[in-house]
Design a protein around this ligand. Structure first.
Ligand code: GLN
Length: 294
């Protein structure tokens, strides 16, 4: 008991049992988020390389010195605000684990709506050609590649570091039908054309106060922020995609909760048809698509 008290006072979990370490860590993590117990388990599970369920079944065992040191370090970093996904180096998306690092945006559950909508368009697994612009960790391109193995996916990014991470993810997950290209949106695409162009581009306005809160403080700014009140990248893609969609091909875009009307207008302005927005689980219109009919 003495050693546990001492350990807590010194903010170290050395000498603690697993369950004490989890309880003490959760107390400290209260300030960082609304799931302190879960966060404590995720970090300890990473430090010990054991599943969360194992920790709960072995609560009475004492943490060894190396694990305690690793866990204490992760806790300190988390208390400074570093995102859990960067600390453990991964995030789940569409039930698969993707490697992530500070060079890429952390996958968001909202982006799964984009996948849903894309899979709906291609009910069958034909030989479709798809482009994912600004692929980041590669979640969109790789998920579509794995779900539609007969399709070919071209994934682009302006960041070479992001592309390296996406390529590693494609290899690990076995998505051999995804090709990667280092470029700015659709520039240098020549006369290539696609059945679907899809993107979750940066769309946050430069002065948005959310940029100073939570995980986004640590994410790459160029993956989050766009000029013209957040619309610059979206407008560029809408404009460029017109030259690279087959007749009947779709452009599908994720955007901010208050941008659906602006995106609908831009799609109309550039001559897209069958324009439709869809809501996320919170009821916000977060994705808009349009078809090229001529
Ligand atoms: N396509 C990636 C994602 O959805 C990266 C997006 C981005 O960097 N803006 O997470």
């Amino acid at each position: 008991m003495m050693s546990v008290k001492l350990a807590t006072a010194m903010n170290t979990t050395a000498g603690c049992t697993i369950s004490t370490a989890l309880i003490e860590a959760a107390k400290r993590l209260h300030s960082t988020g609304d799931a302190p117990h879960l966060e404590a388990q995720i970090l300890l599970s990473h430090a010990m390389s054991k599943p969360r369920a194992w920790l709960l079944a072995h609560g009475r065992e004492t943490l060894d010195a190396d694990c305690a040191k690793h866990f204490d370090h992760l806790l300190e970093e988390r208390l400074c605000g570093l995102p859990i996904a960067y600390l453990i180096g991964s995030r789940e998306f569409w039930s698969r684990n993707f490697h992530v690092a500070p060079a890429v945006l952390i996958p968001r559950p909202e982006t799964e709506h984009l996948i849903e909508a894309a899979l709906e368009i291609f009910g069958d697994d034909g030989a479709h050609r798809i482009a994912d612009l600004g692929t980041g960790s590669g979640i969109i391109a790789i998920t579509l590649g794995l779900e539609r193995p007969c399709s070919h996916i071209l994934a682009t990014d302006i960041s070479a570091d992001a592309l390296a991470i996406a390529q590693g993810n494609a290899q690990r997950l076995g998505a051999s039908n995804v090709e990667f290209r280092h470029t700015d949106w659709l520039s240098g695409f020549g006369n290539e054309s696609f059945d679907l162009i899809i993107s979750n581009p940066p769309y946050i306005a430069e002065d948005d106060r959310h940029l100073h809160e939570g995980d986004v403080r640590f994410e790459p700014r160029h993956a989050l922020v766009a000029e013209e009140n957040g619309l610059c990248a979206l407008r560029t893609i809408i404009m460029q995609a017109r030259q690279h969609l087959r007749v009947g091909g779709w452009l599908m875009l994720e955007h901010g909760y208050d941008q659906a009307a602006a995106i609908t207008n831009l799609l109309r302005e550039y001559g897209y048809c069958a324009i439709e927005s869809r809501a996320d689980f919170a009821g916000h219109m977060r994705l808009t698509m349009g078809r090229q009919d001529s």
